[in-house]
Design a protein. Structure first.
Length: 225
């Protein structure tokens, strides 16, 4: 496993300590813009950033890649959350591939019906919770290829895929492979973006937004991601 690439500039690792901790950081560093580039499912820190920026009077932008949309031939089953996915899963197959990450995995491993399934869990880091005896963990980091995803689904005899609607090209091949093999796909909807926040889908659009707000002034901005 390799570490993810880090952006240029000063990098802070770890959380801020909630809204009040983020406010304290804002007051000590004096940013004038916050660009929230966290994962589409990192709802807690995104909401905290929205609250802290609003309280501090700081302009905030949400940079979020577009969600996936179903294409002809895909068997999508959208659900609002992990618990709903766990309720639905036992009705669809016996050998699911879970690509929802290690956080929230308990929604499946503690579900009585899901505990009887042969779960294959693919995640970047090993789960920190006890797993049922029939659960297999595959540690892997994308990007993934279509050929590799097809081979995985066939070799493991996967009959249903579970994923969050994270978007992005690096994880798209699993959806393409499921479509080619005509597998059902349980797709967990994204949490809503906090209200009254500008949203852009690309780094170029975010840069234009920031430049427009700064109007050439030599201010600093804060990026979260």
């Amino acid at each position: 496993m390799h570490d993810p690439p880090l952006p240029l500039g000063t990098v802070r690792e770890g959380g801020f300590g909630g809204v009040q901790g983020m406010l304290a950081w804002f007051h000590s560093h004096m940013p004038v813009i916050v660009v929230d580039a966290t994962h589409p499912f990192a709802a807690q820190i995104s909401e905290q950033a929205a609250q802290a920026a609003r309280l501090a009077g700081i302009a905030r932008l949400r940079l979020q890649r577009p969600a996936w949309s179903p294409v002809p031939g895909e068997r999508w089953l959208p659900v609002p959350d992990l618990a709903s996915a766990a309720d639905l899963l036992p009705t669809l197959g016996r050998r699911p591939l879970l690509t929802t990450g290690r956080q929230g995995l308990a929604a499946f491993t503690e579900h009585p019906a899901c505990r009887r399934l042969d779960l294959l869990v693919r995640c970047v880091q090993a789960p920190a919770i006890p797993l049922p005896a029939r659960t297999t963990v595959l540690l892997a980091r994308g990007p993934f290829s279509l050929a590799g995803e097809l081979a995985l689904l066939r070799e493991r005899r996967i009959d249903v895929l579970v994923t969050k609607n994270s978007g992005g090209r690096e994880a798209q091949p699993k959806l393409d492979a499921a479509r080619e093999l005509r597998l059902p796909v349980v797709v967990i909807d994204r949490p809503p973006v906090p209200a009254s926040v500008d949203v852009v889908a690309t780094v170029d659009a975010a840069e234009r937004w920031v430049r427009t707000r700064l109007s050439g002034a030599p201010h600093r901005s804060t990026r979260m991601g």
